[in-house]
Design a protein around this ligand. Sequence first.
Ligand code: PEP
Ligand code: MN
Length: 287
Amino acid sequence: MDNNSRKPYQLVSREWKKEDTIIKVKNSIIGGNNLSIIAGPCAIENEDQIFTICEFLNKHNIKLLRGGAYKPRTSPYSFQGLKKEGLILMKKAADKFGMAVVTEVMETNLVDEVYQYADIFQVGTRNMQNYQLLRALSKTDKPVLLKRGMSSTIEEWLLAAEYILAGGNEKVILCERGIRTYEPATRNTLDISAVPLVKALSHLPVIVDPSQGTGIRELVAPMSYAAIAAGADGVMVEVHNNPKEALSDGPQSLYFDQFEAMLPVIGKLAEISGKRVDFDYSREVIS
Ligand code: PEP
Ligand code: MN
């Protein structure tokens, strides 16, 4: 790819650092030669829900648990998350199964609280350009999963990441989660082309969230495969024990059997791409 023009960002660029950034989190490695799966519910709802989901994920040796305790909802009347109680439940479940916690921090004044429970801070699409929050996270020593703003260009996204690196935190994971286009048939338009492009422009790991990216659970597996084929370092997907009753994002949450069916295909795609996985898929057969 032509790389002649001078970039407005520096520390995140491939010119600045040739080698892939590799991020170690508890027992997992993100980036480089590794293909990661981050999975879990959209939101933590209650103890039974999160323990049931963790127990299921643990059967497949999934090590990175996603879940929101503070939820940025479009409507103020929608479930806003269990907040601190959700963080406590999530960490309790993650600790029981040896998983790492990926959870959203929505406000600068919550960074210290979320820090106590999270292994990876998630910055949501609505906060990608909350520079005060990015600066606060740049002063912590935990990785930041930075979602692409729903109306942001790739350059704006990389400049948001630059804030975190410039402040002193090099552990940034970029997450493509779809952008807003004229098309209402899917919740967002998942920009798969962003994956190889950003991988060329930056040394940071790039993962894809096909759950927010499509809003439709049947599209999550095919878009996960597409993301991995395009060179993504992993996928983040929503899984729920009872998607019909989920308090947020039920229509895009996978049933357990849909998640299970996806694993052997992801495993084979990883083999083809020469990537390592740490989840179990060998016992399952593609039908
Ligand atoms: C989520 O991961 O549940 C979420 C709210 O993501 P986004 O910020 O991409 O909408
Ligand atoms: Mn969600």
